[in-house]
Design a protein around this ligand. Structure first.
Ligand SMILES: Nc1nc2c(ncn2[C@@H]2O[C@H](COP(=O)(O)OP(=O)(O)OP(=O)(O)O)[C@@H](O)[C@H]2O)c(=O)[nH]1
Ligand SMILES: [Mg+2]
Length: 597
């Protein structure tokens, strides 16, 4: 860059100006504008504007240290060059006053003139005036005054001869006259026109060449410093890694040692605790034992005493009770005996009355019952007689028509019946040849003179059990029984009275009735069939399920009338558990159709 030679009387020809300031303070913009305008001035000799790295907030530790390093580097580089001055830019709208470190101040001193005031070749340019809100220009001025007068970096520059100028990037926006502001080229020219500061660095008369050499040196030095910095960094990193590794190993070792120590301490502590606990437990146990023994002895003593007292009390009580009982017993005995006697005589009296009354009642009931039965019987006999009479009439009528010989033969049987009925005691007995079952039992008539047939029926079950049913001369149907092959009589050949049982007798049983009997379920069920005097089919049943007694059955109510001469046959069918009865219901004709079951 050229510097105007025509105005050389107040402008330095070999000019190198450092542009410094916070980050974003407008350094690059300033240089751009200045260079654009200064380039058109032919009279200017070479001038160089060097922008230093910016720093947002110089008070922030990290940025400040970074700035320090950069500025220090720059100072070193600039020491070799001829520095005409420093333009320091500051954003007026920034609320803080810049506070660079003492290191920076020292560097400024080195860059600037020696002695006091050392900052005569420094211009502080406040920027961003156009950004102040409308009507706050005065605030900007107050801020500028503050920068100049209050302690701080810019105050330091101001008191050491630095000039304060203002710049507005967009000057058309300014609310006041432009005259109060300076443009970048005018600021540069003003700085160049100021008397040269007596810098510690000697100025080189061969300005232009020197500048180029200085730039090359600057680049080389910068490169060297970069390399050095990289190397330093690398070395630092390696040292840090080694240190970190050493630290890690030390820490691991310390940890391991600590852990081992802790383990041992814990084990010792645990052992101590265990021993202490066992000792305490042993002591406790001993104390408890002693206490228990004491308590036991005390209890025993108390119990013995209580027992003795109790026993004494009991003895006394028993003696009292015994005495009382003795007195009471004699009296009570007498009383009870008397009461019993009275009770017995009352009961006896009552019984006598009851019996008399009961007897009278029973007698009355019996009489009434007898009268009813007699009445019934009379009716039935009347009816039967009428029927018989009818039958007889029919028979007589038939006989009248029958030849004499046949008539005699036909009448023989009825006569025998009449004879039997006329005899009061026909001396009927049964001879039973009872052999062990299942051999058949044969019963034969054994009496004389000839008597009417004695009807009987037999049932048997198992090996040696049988029952014989027959009708005696009074009309009773009797039962003779054989258990385990033994007839219950000493005379095995005859069924005697004592081993017989009259199971049922009704005067309405037809004398000389046919008999049939069936049994099943091992003799637990027995049925006996006979005819009434009206030739009605009747059934008597014996069942272990209904109290092991004989009783009439419902067949009576059916009223099955059979022929007067009909026989009865019965079987029990185990397949369908039914009884099949066979009898003659009408005049016999030998066709199967007349046989009903
Ligand atoms: N309104 C206004 N804007 C400005 C002014 N000065 C600079 N600027 C703007 O501010 C922004 C930052 O300016 P720069 O010149 O880059 O600032 P710098 O100091 O070089 O920044 P670094 O290099 O990052 O430290 C740019 O957009 C400029 O146009 C000013 O006075 N007024
Ligand atoms: Mg910049």
């Amino acid at each position: 860059m050229k510097i105007p030679t025509s105005s050389a009387n107040n402008v330095q020809s070999d000019s190198l100006i450092a542009i410094m300031g916070s980050k974003g303070a407008g350094k690059s913009s300033f240089i751009d504008v200045a260079m654009k305008h200064l380039g058109h001035i032919d009279t200017l000799k070479a001038v160089a504007l060097i922008e230093s790295p910016g720093c947002n907030d110089c008070s922030a530790t990290r940025d400040a240290s970074h700035w320090d390093a950069e500025i220090s580097k720059m100072v070193l580089q600039l020491m070799d060059c001829s520095l005409s001055g420093i333009i320091y830019l500051h954003d007026i709208s920034h609320p803080k006053i810049p506070t660079p470190s003492p290191k920076i101040l020292a560097a400024f001193r080195k860059l600037c003139a020696s002695g006091v005031p050392w900052a005569t070749n420094v211009v502080v340019v406040t920027t961003f005036w156009d950004r102040l809100p409308a009507g706050e220009f005065n605030k900007g001025l107050a801020k500028e005054a503050e920068l100049k007068n209050e302690d701080g970096f810019l105050h330091e520059l101001f008191v050491n001869g630095a000039r304060f100028l203002r710049h507005a990037h967009q000057s058309d926006r300014l609310p006041i006259e432009n005259t109060l502001f300076s443009s970048p080229p005018s600021i540069v020219l003003e700085l160049l026109a100021s008397p040269p500061a007596s810098s510690s660095s000697a100025k080189d008369p061969q300005g232009i060449e020197r500048i180029y050499v200085s730039e090359a040196t600057f680049a080389a030095e910068l490169e060297r410093l970069k390399t050095q910095h990289t190397l330093d960094l690398q070395q630092l990193k390696e040292e840090m890694t080694t240190l970190r590794e050493t630290l890690r190993v030390d820490r691991d070792n310390a940890q391991a040692e600590g852990f081992q120590k802790l383990k041992e301490e814990t084990a010792t502590h645990r052992e101590t605790l265990r021993v202490e606990r066992e000792e305490a437990r042993a002591q406790d146990s001993q104390t408890l034992k002693d206490e228990m023994v004491t308590i036991q002895e005390k209890l025993r003593a108390e119990m013995d005493e209580a027992k003795a007292q109790h026993m004494q009390a009991l003895k006394e009580e028993m003696a009292t009770v015994r005495e009382k009982l003795r007195n009471e017993t004699d009296e009570a005995k007498t009383q009870r005996m008397q009461a019993l006697k009275e009770e017995m005589s009352t009961v006896r009296e009552k019984l006598r009355d009851d019996m008399d009354e009961g007897k009278a009642q029973d007698m009355q009931a019996l009489k009434e019952e007898m009268a009813t039965v007699l009445e019934k019987l009379r009716d039935e006999i009347k009816a039967a007689n009428a029927q018989d009479m009818q039958v007889l009439k029919e028979e007589i009528a038939a006989l009248r028509e029958t030849p004499t010989a046949e008539r005699d033969e036909a009448q023989a049987e009825p006569r025998a019946f009449k004879k039997l009925h006329a005899k009061k005691n026909p001396h009927v007995s049964l001879k039973a040849t009872v052999k062990s079952s299942p051999s058949p039992t044969s019963v034969s008539e054994n009496h004389a003179p000839p008597s009417p047939r004695v009807p009987f029926a037999v049932v048997s079950w198992g090996d040696r059990h049988s029952r014989v049913y027959f009708q005696d001369e009074e009309g009773w149907i009797r039962e003779a029984w054989c258990e385990d092959g033994e007839w219950s009589t000493e005379d095995a050949g005859y069924v005697r009275e004592k081993c017989e049982e009259r199971i049922f007798c009704e005067t309405i049983v037809k004398l000389n009735t046919p008999l049939a009997a069936v049994s099943w379920d091992n003799g637990n069920e027995i049925r006996v069939y006979y005819l009434s005097i009206t030739n009605t089919l009747r059934e008597y049943r014996w069942s272990s399920k209904s109290g092991s007694t004989w009783s009439r059955s419902c067949l009576d109510s059916v009223g099955v009338r059979v022929e007067a001469d009909s026989g009865i046959a019965a079987i029990h069918s185990p397949h369908d558990n039914k009884i099949h009865l066979y009898c003659q219901l009408g005049t016999y004709h030998p066709t199967p159709a007349n046989v009903h079951t």
